[in-house]
Ligand binder design. Structure first.
Ligand SMILES: [Zn+2]
Length: 57
């Protein structure tokens, strides 16, 4: 099984691999934001993927 953690908005892949990565660590590594579209990231623990959430300025 391949685990993929990606930005739902732009498709930027934060992590892809067979090992179960810690999504929270990955989010932390990127400062909680997608480096491509600057969307703030939120972990969805149900299916282990990172989804982008809209931020209002
Ligand atoms: Zn993005």
């Amino acid at each position: 099984m391949t685990i993929r953690i990606y930005c739902e908005r732009c498709g930027f892949i934060f992590y892809r691999g067979d090992e179960l990565a810690n999504p929270q660590e990955i989010i932390k590594k990127y400062g909680g934001k997608c480096p491509k579209c600057y969307k703030q990231l939120q972990l969805n623990p149900k299916n282990i993927k990172i989804i982008g959430i809209e931020t209002r300025k």
